[in-house]
Ligand binder design. Structure first.
Ligand code: C2E
Ligand code: CA
Ligand code: CA
Ligand code: CA
Length: 284
């Protein structure tokens, strides 16, 4: 039953239409959420880091932090599933705070070791309604003496569309602090170029849906090339996610994409392995 529950949680519709009073799985959900809260407080969740390859220089100077949770009975639980659960049960702030605190503490350790690397943390829609978030992040960076330019946040356009006024204010404050803002999963879901214009955006991340078949799919090639051109004209950098083979990587280089992320380069890995990976791909 828990496995079916996890599968059901994975659909985005589950968040939009969730009605706790009507949910036959409510007790299981709440007990799983309790497990997640306990795991967070006992540090049984972890951040793994996926390298981003700089396509111009062949170097790695940044990565994306991705949450990993191994449930004692269920084994690894997909982040899509437990993030959705945390969103539905009003616990996402807890998850986000944990992720930000751990990413910033890790940045401080790396910088002490002489490793200069930029890390992107994912934010959920609800985080963009949290007007305290910019101050909280500023405090965290000050506490760990980490410069804001080493931290980046990734948000989807749908997250902004929900409550645009507050979201735009939160993102503007983060940008004023010196953080870079990336638009995640660009090209899928609700999307509005009108909001994009009003946001302090530094980077577009092309959704893997368009990237996975770049080697063979003519339409995907045209779409990806157009997004790269659009992004560059607007002054943003572009990352392609879901690079799974040599053909996709070669196409992205040829099309002028700035960064590539995907299993062909490397999957997300624990912090110590990521540090060695970055050191190996440092210029000079
Ligand atoms: P995302 O932000 O779009 O992250 C990219 C996902 O693509 C990750 O899945 C990553 O492991 C996967 N991926 C990377 N390279 C490839 C590839 O070549 N092929 C394919 N098929 N997949 C690839 P993951 O780690 O399972 O995370 C899923 C989603 O969960 C993330 O999607 C993000 O929306 C959410 N998530 C993960 N960590 C956090 C977090 O700390 N906070 C929040 N709010 N959301 C998170
Ligand atoms: Ca992301
Ligand atoms: Ca993404
Ligand atoms: Ca097609």
């Amino acid at each position: 039953a828990e496995v079916a529950l996890l599968a059901a949680l994975r659909t985005p519709e589950a968040v939009a239409f969730y009605d706790a009073g009507n949910d036959p799985h409510r007790p299981e959900r709440l007990s799983l959420m309790g497990d997640l809260r306990a795991a967070i407080s006992r540090n049984e969740v972890a951040l793994h880091y996926q390298p981003k390859l700089n396509l111009r220089h062949g170097t790695v100077e940044s990565g994306e932090a991705l949450l990993r949770w191994r449930h004692p009975r269920l084994g690894p639980v997909a982040p899509d599933a437990f993030i959705t659960l945390a969103e539905e049960t009003g616990n996402i702030h807890r998850v986000t705070r944990w992720a930000l605190a751990h990413a910033v503490a890790q940045l401080q350790r790396w910088s002490t070791d002489g490793l200069h690397v930029q890390v992107a943390v994912n934010l959920s829609a609800r985080d963009l309604h949290d007007q305290d978030l910019p101050r909280r992040i500023a405090d965290l960076l000050a506490l760990h003496r980490v410069q804001p330019r080493w931290l980046r946040v990734e948000v989807t356009e749908s997250a902004v569309i929900g409550e645009p006024t507050v979201a735009i204010q939160v993102l503007s404050e983060l940008s004023d602090l010196g953080l870079c803002i990336a638009i995640d999963d660009f090209g899928v879901g609700e999307s509005s170029l009108a909001y994009l214009r009003r946001l302090p955006v530094h980077e577009l991340k092309i959704d893997k849906m368009f990237v996975q078949r770049l080697g063979t799919d003519i339409e995907d090639r045209l779409i990806v090339r157009s997004i790269i051109e659009l992004a560059h004209r607007l002054g943003y950098s572009v990352t392609a996610e879901g690079v799974e083979d040599e053909a996709a990587l070669a196409y992205l280089v040829e099309a002028g994409c700035d960064y590539a992320q995907g299993h062909y380069i490397a999957a997300a890995m624990p912090a110590d392995r990521f540090a060695s990976f970055v050191a190996e791909y440092t210029a000079g």
